[in-house]
Design a protein. Structure first.
Length: 773
């Protein structure tokens, strides 16, 4: 097989659907002036081979797609793909080509496999299904949001104030939680769980759904209002087909789950994964490493008894997972089981018969569901890398777990360590101890390490960590074995697969990363770091004559958020650093659910924004008015803060028509700086208001010539029609705004000249290629 064939193996080049999308993607890439490398061009050429030869062209020689074709490719939000490609740029282009093609096939019910990785032989490609209130149908993870949110009924003006809504996507992979009892045994049944949950009042407020989502093509579910929660959880359940027993879970299933979350990441406030319990700890550990720079909760749960049974832990586990995912700033992959929230990569299955099936042996739970929900915010792991959320989907499969036992044969050890093994989790006795008299095993390990195999030492004990102070443990570290601290076997295995899959890291970097605490999976002792209590709290407690720990904690939770929000307003990072050293959690919100990052962004304090991002303050947190820090910076017209937040992964998280209204308001006032901020935040400036009017319509109508100039420079169409049949150009002619007509015509002339020049360059390049061939 040639290298070209190998690179394009698995590409759906014979599918006309994929070919149509490829042409559309190619047009968008040309529009953004992003060059294609040879591999990317080959992908498009192969896909385009299935397109009919008869194309329509516009006056400039560019291919024009039919309206049906545009609708089929772009769905209800044509601009989103263009803007996303513009934001992602060259580095993400290759991934986007595959992703867009895969999504269109997925919508048509065709299982798609990635050409970039081999599948496990036991892996079964899956479809996403959703229960729309009547029947099950296929969906795409990316386009799901368009069906889910566009048909909500607006509340009446005199309606009582409702709780703000928080949106959660629930992915159902299989497991006991969704099984149906038939003839005295539990068995999975497609479509059963989404249907039965609609009938369970604690899991679905039917009156609320009928009142607010009666016209929605896909009716969601809603938890009833929960005491002390400031937001109501509205959620959607998508089901994988086929459903899997968790024993059949593969690496590719982990990749599929992580990829589906990435596709829908910006449209939901949190995610819940329903999973079988047998390999749940492995999935939780794997997802925790694959999801880099995670800024939202991903809660994995299951049950020992199905959710529809009268006596069930499934309902409690699902309710708890939804509450956490929708209401709490815990940007981790977690496991929720039996009223405890545990870090995913610290969790193990302890019991196959009890309801308390999972535990976190070397770490206290992140939260406990008692009468009040008690969250240990100081223990929450937050990414300090200022980058957008991404999924690393290259996992190395050549790893294994080697458990040491007395008198084990050297032949089995050598066979285990032989190529193609690249990574080994060594499970030793006690505190990481190895039989010192087994020189043959030590020598076999030494040889494997010398040829580049990475070996991590973990204890066979559930609790405790490996200790280099024993001679029986030190002998391993002397030959290059990496101490695994208190990692669970599941976490160590997942971490090894993740690290070995980082092809951009050299061998020494991989060794270093295996010893580092990447996602809170291990305890790293650092005696140089010492926390000190903020002096003000004991003094306040003393003045108020408070004695109990609960009372003092209440004072901390009440007083500290406004204090460090005020510190963020000063734009003095040194003050923020001193408060941080005192043990303050900057992600704690004040009474309006505003974090210090909201305040810094609202005041345009760039240095404070940079510092708060560097210590992991959640960029996706929403205040009581559903504003995230990026929207606060846009409203404040703090463009440098907008750019910094955007670079860190911030997105405009408001409905499209509301964004259109804001753009029209800025255009009506001629506020070009506000428009620049919206563009910097990721808007294409083409979003429309409730009447289908763009900002260009409004700028023309109000004779805001500077706004018209800017919007035309950004590529807005002066011939787009609103709901009244009016275009910006017709509006200018009707009002006889000759200066605006001249501005529009001048910009159109520039665009035509630019296209002609670009076309000439393409023809020249093509001619040179033909000549060289």
């Amino acid at each position: 097989m040639s290298s070209d064939e190998e690179n394009t193996k698995g590409f759906p080049c014979s599918c006309a659907e994929g070919a149509t999308v490829a042409v559309a993607v190619s047009a968008k890439l040309r529009e953004q002036r992003l060059p294609l490398d040879q591999h990317q061009q080959r992908l498009l050429n192969m896909a385009s081979a299935a397109i009919p030869a008869i194309h329509r062209y516009d006056a400039n020689g560019e291919r024009r797609m039919s309206e049906a074709e545009r609708h089929d490719i772009n769905g209800s939000d044509k601009a989103s793909t263009t803007n996303h490609l513009k934001a992602e740029g060259q580095l993400e282009m290759n991934m986007k080509l595959h992703q867009l093609l895969d999504e269109k096939l997925e919508e048509k019910g065709t299982p798609v496999t990635s050409p970039r990785r081999p599948l496990d032989e036991s892996h079964m490609p899956k479809l996403l299904k959703i229960h729309d209130g009547n029947i099950m149908r296929n969906v795409s993870a990316t386009n799901l949001v368009h069906d889910l949110h566009e048909a909500k009924i607006a509340p009446a003006l005199d309606a009582p104030q409702q709780l703000p809504e928080t949106r959660v996507l629930c992915l159902y992979t299989g497991g006991t939680i969704g099984m149906k009892s038939q003839d005295g045994v539990y068995s999975p049944q497609a479509g059963y769980l989404p249907e039965v949950i609609r009938t369970i009042p604690p899991l679905n407020d039917k009156l609320f759904i009928e009142k607010n989502f009666a016209n929605s093509p896909v009716k969601p579910y809603a938890l009833p209002p929960v005491r002390l929660m400031k937001k109501r959880v509205v959620y959607w359940i998508v089901e994988y087909e086929p459903l899997l027993d968790s024993c059949d879970m593969t690496f590719d299933d982990w990749i599929r789950i992580a990829t589906d979350i990435r596709k829908a990441y910006h449209n939901y406030d949190g995610f819940v994964v329903l999973h079988g319990t047998d390999t749940l700890a492995y999935t939780a550990s794997a997802l925790s490493f694959m999801m880099e720079n995670l800024g939202k909760p991903v809660i994995i749960t299951g049950s020992q008894i199905p959710v529809a049974e009268v006596r069930s832990d499934g309902m409690e586990n699902l309710v708890g997972a939804l509450i956490i995912a929708g209401n709490y700033d815990i940007p981790e992959v977690c496991v929720y089981f039996n009223n405890k929230l545990m870090r995913g990569n610290r969790t193990v299955k302890m019991d196959n018969a009890a309801l308390e099936a999972f535990d976190s042996p070397n770490m206290q739970p992140l939260a406990r569901m008692n009468i009040k929900i008690q969250v240990n915010y100081d223990s929450i792991f937050r990414s300090t890398v200022v980058n957008p959320f991404v999924v690393h989907d290259n996992l190395c499969r050549n790893v294994g777990l080697l458990r040491i036992f007395p008198s084990m044969s050297i032949e089995s050890v050598r066979a285990f360590l032989a190529p193609p093994t690249k990574g080994v989790i060594l499970q030793t006795f006690g505190a990481g101890n190895m039989p010192t008299r087994r020189k043959d095993i030590i020598e076999a390990l030494k040889e494997a390490i010398a040829r580049g195999c990475l070996v991590v030492n973990c204890s066979q004990c559930l609790r405790g960590q490996v200790d280099v102070n024993y001679a029986t443990g030190k002998i391993l570290y002397d030959i290059g074995v990496i101490p695994g601290s208190d990692m669970t076997s599941e976490a160590a295995m997942a971490k090894m697969c993740y690290v070995l899959g980082k092809d951009e890291w050299d061998h020494e970097t991989k060794r270093m990363m295996l010893q580092a605490n990447l996602r809170g999976e291990m305890t790293v002792t650092n005696e140089d770091v010492k926390m000190r209590e903020l002096d003000i709290i004991p003094h306040i407690a003393k003045c108020l004559r408070l004695s109990s720990g609960n009372e003092v904690q209440l004072i901390r939770d009440t007083i500290l958020p406004p204090l460090f929000c005020n510190a963020a307003k000063t734009n003095k990072p040194e003050i923020l650093k001193s408060i941080k050293e005192a043990g303050v959690n900057f992600s704690s919100p004040d009474y309006n659910l505003r974090t210090a990052l909201h305040v810094a962004a609202s005041n345009g304090n760039l240095e404070a924004v940079r510092y708060l991002l560097s210590i992991g303050v959640n960029i996706h947190a929403k205040d009581l008015f559903s504003y995230n820090p990026l929207l606060c910076a846009v409203k404040a017209k703090a463009r440098k803060c907008v750019e910094e937040l955007r670079k860190a992964g911030g997105v405009i998280d408001i409905p499209q028509f509301k964004l259109g209204v804001d753009l029209c308001l800025a255009a009506a006032h001629g506020d070009v700086e506000q428009l620049r901020c919206w563009e910097a935040a990721g808007s294409g400036l083409i979003e429309t208001d409730y009447d289908g009017r763009t900002a260009l319509h409004v700028a023309v109508n109000h004779h805001q010539i500077e706004a018209v100039k800017y919007l035309m420079q950004q590529g807005l169409d002066p011939f787009v029609v609103d709901d009244f049949g009016t275009t910006p150009m017709s509006e200018a002619k009707r009002k006889n705004f000759k200066d605006i007509i001249n501005v529009i015509n001048e910009e159109l002339a520039k665009r035509k000249t630019s296209k002609e020049k670009e076309s000439a360059e393409e023809e020249k390049d093509s001619a040179e290629k033909v000549h060289n061939q």
